[in-house]
Design a protein around this ligand. Sequence first.
Ligand code: NOJ
Length: 488
Amino acid sequence: MPNDVSRRDFAKLAGLAALGTSSDAAAAKAEERPVTNDILRQFPHDFVWGTATSSYQIEGGAQADGRGPSIWDVFSHAQGNIEDGSNGDVACDHYHRYKDDVRLIKELGCKAYRFSIAWPRLFPDGDGRPNPKGLDFYNRLVDELLANGITPYATLYHWDLPQALQERVGGWRSADTAKAFADYSGYVAEHLTDRVKTVFTVNECGRFIPFGYGLGIDAPGLKLPQAEVNQARHHVALAHGLAVQAIRAKGRAGTRVGMAENITACVPAIDTPENIRAAEIATRELNAGFLNVILEGRYTDAFLAWAGKDAPRFTAEELKTIAAPVDFVGLNIYAPQAYVVASDRAPGFDVLPMPASFPHMSSPWLRIGPETAYWVPRLAAKIWNLKTVYITENGTSSDDQMTPDGKVHDLDRVMYLRNYLGQLQRATAEGVPVKGYFLWSLMDNFEWVFGYRQRFGIYHVDFDTQVRTPKLSASFYRHVIAKNALLV
Ligand code: NOJ
């Protein structure tokens, strides 16, 4: 008997376990009765359940079939940049194992899969002559998904910029990269939108620009002054707008396009009408540099005043391009970033300091705030009048340990998902137009600067043998998908 459990406690626990057996039987019986919304927390009947990954994090095959180097190849190979000294040369070897991985998605019951296309596979030099073998890989992947009843959702840029563009024009420091991105996007639209109907332009501008160009902790590892960071962000917004135009011009009818952004997640500290209004203002202002300029067609006055002499340089014509209408907005939702209260000072909100004791998951940055999955889509839909929102990423790392009999009981991830999905269901039940959810991630993969130490998958990957094993969270997710609901 464990030391810290008294005999009486133990007897109690044993009694409860017995009770559990009979209540299981009752629950099983109840399930035979027609299910009502009182006992099941249903999602909308056409809700899209998916998982997400990205090219550099899973593919490997770094030199296969003429792929050119990306900024992440160069950055991860430079000593000292990645915590465990690793890189994405092999990663999950998905480039060669994609058929097995599609089977994993199918086993979850997912009807959708969000993956990203590696730009340097298609254009090893960034622009110019395409590499048909690179495109072939995505043709094979898309066909395999469709053959298994899984709808492909493709992201065009998940951070693996062709190194050639970094060297030639300075990457996102130059508007030339935005133009090259538009050409690449048009090429993808021309060749894949007969089968890929949903395209995301850029993933998480809000991360790769400040981290890659300001703090130097993501590729390309630059530490530029704020004015140049703001300019680089402006070029990404421009790239998004130009890509939307190129996809509309070259894509098949019915192709839908939007972005997947790590929106700065604002939550009313206490849900009073004043704080809710303040959280709306904060959502708009704290996302002024990317989402808001795309969805509103202008930089807000407060943003320009705050940036001062560091504000991006832009033309009215560029703003028009940036604001090309999108079909949906994708939101990556992890941690609450700003708990907000109303303020008399313009523009009308204060962000409360985060207590050091605020709980987090195994990644210290991943604070636990399930209500983020309710407030963020609700506020975004309200202020930008959105009709279609996808949660393009949500999930957590966990210190997953495999038991000797080969199981991963990732109870913390199940706890996280159950709570976030509960709040997301609350949003859909109130009519917030969230149409789908992509769990990050299908399987453990290369977690950028943390290498392979932070595991975000619901399938465990043994990186020595490439064996994939479903974790407890995979069973949880399969159950949710099958029921299209959370049990209460
Ligand atoms: C968001 C990024 O898009 C993804 O690449 C990353 O692995 C997850 N966050 C987890 O950090």
